[in-house]
Design a protein around this ligand. Structure first.
Ligand code: NDP
Length: 337
């Protein structure tokens, strides 16, 4: 069983050398009397929180990985043996698995069964999985959008951001995205339907860039990055604006977080700034599927994926998230069905 093992706790951004790919043996049969399942992993999802779990840290929603053990994350898998009455050999599932070819899942109740296979299976790591629910809940529930509002999304060409922008367009909003390369900016404008986009790495003055894109200000900021961008956005929010705090990737690998200076605008402009965590919305998964599956089938939404082949290339794929190497959702193909 090939596995991606964490060598040691890290400081700062993950490097490929913090992980090693090793092979060990595994039984593909569940232990007699066990309620667990054994799965063959097909796709693994690279998500920014995985790098955080490589650090020694305290977090209410998840724990640090253990050195000398495989990483974990969301994945799409096929059941190869089951001791659980709700799962049988051949079932397709998504949920938390190890970064390895085969995983033993002791509590399969947390896995979601995949019933719809007319869409790519890899979508269950992205648009139909955790990042999809994040975009849906963060935009519709937290940001509470109205038709015609001005929406800004950072990390807009990523797993979550590309969906937020498309949801906002479907809602009749004006949408601008920021991303870290010329190629991503072109994709936002030409493939994902954003009204405008800019490369934040090429802007000396983020406040000026936002004023150029939003002469009348921003109603909704879907924040994926925090830091300097959040500070500049605060200067450009409209009265009664909402900031959905989804992520702050620019801060995750800093030993000291950058200060935000323009918070007084939340008072003056009556802004609601609200963080959210996707796990709170997992119980609404079937409602989410009812909304998003038809959008995919009817071609009203597209989803860009960046698929890396081979478990041995998973460390590089993960590391790439923190420099913006991925265009769209970063997935690792471990095995075909
Ligand atoms: P992405 O697919 O967007 O990948 C991460 C992207 O972040 C990179 O491609 C890069 O794009 C950008 N980035 C990396 N480093 C920086 C930096 N220092 N400053 C600015 N941008 C940077 O990831 P996801 O869509 O999976 O996640 C987006 C955000 O949502 C993350 O902050 C993540 O932690 C958060 N999240 C929160 C959840 C919740 O429950 N609240 C659930 C899931 C995700 P670029 O080229 O634009 O720089």
């Amino acid at each position: 069983n090939k596995q991606v093992i964490l060598k040691h706790f890290i400081d700062g951004a993950p490097k490929e050398s913090d992980m090693v790919v090793k092979t060990s043996s595994i039984s593909l049969k569940v232990e007699p009397g066990s309620n667990g399942v054994v799965v063959k992993n097909l796709y693994l999802s690279c998500d920014p929180y995985i790098g955080s779990r490589m650090k020694k840290f305290e977090h209410p929603d998840f724990s640090s990985f253990k050195p000398d053990s495989p990483l974990e994350g969301f994945g799409v898998a096929k059941v190869v043996d089951s001791g659980h009455p709700d799962f049988k050999k051949g079932d397709l599932v998504w949920g938390t698995v190890g970064w390895e070819e085969y995983s033993v899942i002791e509590n399969p109740e947390k896995l979601f069964k995949i019933h719809h296979t007319d869409v790519p299976l890899s979508y269950y790591t992205g648009i139909l999985g955790m990042p999809g629910i994040t975009a849906w809940a963060g935009f519709y529930e937290v940001a509470a959008p109205k038709k015609g509002e001005y929406v800004f999304v950072s990390a807009a060409a990523g797993a979550v951001g590309q969906l937020v922008g498309q949801f906002a367009k479907l809602m009749g909003c004006y949408v601008v995205g920021s991303a870290g390369s010329k190629e991503k900016v072109e994709i936002l404008k030409n493939k994902l339907g954003f009204d405008d986009a800019f490369n934040y790495k090429k802007e000396n003055d983020l406040d000026a860039a936002l004023k150029r894109c939003f002469p009348e200000g921003i109603d909704i900021y879907f924040d994926n990055v925090g830091g300097k961008m959040l500070d500049a956005v605060l200067l450009n929010m409209r009265l009664k604006g909402r900031i959905a705090v989804c992520g702050m990737i620019s801060q995750y690998n800093l030993s000291q977080h950058e200060g935000v200076h323009n918070l007084m605008n939340t008072l003056i402009k009556r802004i609601r700034m609200e963080g959210f965590v996707v796990f709170d919305y997992f119980p609404q998964y079937s409602k989410f599927l009812e909304v998003v599956l038809p959008l995919i089938r009817e071609g009203k939404i597209v989803y860009l994926e960046d698929i890396t082949e081979g478990l041995e290339n998973a460390p590089a794929a993960l590391v790439g998230l923190y420099s913006g190497r991925n265009i769209g959702k970063q997935v690792v193909l471990v095995a075909r069905e």
